[in-house]
Design a protein around this ligand. Structure first.
Ligand code: E4P
Length: 218
């Protein structure tokens, strides 16, 4: 399973990269705004900065919502760096744009997926990744894990090459659940990845090993 970090914060991206387990990055307009990255030039430079830290796929989202606008923007984003994957929303013109990009060798991530039907449509249009937002589904008391499971099963039935990129991850448990059901990728806040490290028995065990070593070697 690939690990992506879901942030536009360069320090967090560096920290995940330095851990040695990072395969890529996803961003969205809200995450860019959170870091104070505004204005076209700053935004484009920031994508390049991210690509220079991570040797893996970096999703950059289009702002346009019409076909022509998405194509123009997507082509420009893709030309920034070889790592860029163009993130396209699951709307009618978005599906048309996914097909256009797929026919023209530009890699895509279809975002804002909340149903298996949407995921099926994105795969048919040739998306490289689909991003089901599991946390936001949990937030309205539906089951995000069930949705990921359903999409993984549908793609396996037809050998779709589209990768299931579980998004809107809220916890380390979400990551483990995604691994159990075979999601191809998880994109997570750094905190959720770091949360995988923790176990009190590990801490207690290490403290005991070190104390015993001290006793014998003081
Ligand atoms: C996906 O690529 C999105 O950036 C995402 O994971 C959004 O998550 P949120 O629901 O925590 O905003």
């Amino acid at each position: 399973m690939k690990f992506f970090v879901d942030t536009a914060n360069l320090d967090q991206i560096r920290e995940a990269h330095d851990l040695g387990v990072l395969d890529g990055v996803t961003t969205n307009p809200s995450l860019m705004a959170k870091e104070g990255i505004t204005g076209k030039d700053k935004i484009l430079k920031h994508y390049v900065d991210i690509c220079e830290i991570v040797d893996g796929d970096v999703s950059a989202e289009v702002i346009s919502t019409d076909f022509e606008g998405m194509v123009k923007e997507g082509e420009m984003l893709a030309s920034l760096h070889k790592n860029i994957v163009v993130k396209v929303p699951m709307i009618k013109d978005g599906v048309k744009a996914l097909k256009y990009f797929s026919d023209n060798g530009i890699r895509t991530n279809c975002t804002l997926i909340f149903s298996a039907g949407q995921a099926l449509l994105a795969a048919k249009a040739g998306a490289n990744y689909v991003s089901p937002f599991m946390g936001r589904i949990d937030d309205i008391s539906w089951d995000g894990v069930d949705l990921i499971d359903q999409i993984v099963e549908i793609y396996a039935n037809y050998d779709f090459e589209t990768e299931v990129l579980a998004a809107s991850i809220r916890s380390p448990l979400h990551i483990v659940k995604c691994a159990e059901i075979g999601a191809d990728v998880v994109t997570c806040p750094l905190k959720s990845i770091m949360g995988l490290l923790n176990h009190p028995l590990t801490d207690n065990g290490l403290a005991k090993f070190l104390a015993d070593y001290e006793k014998g070697n003081a």
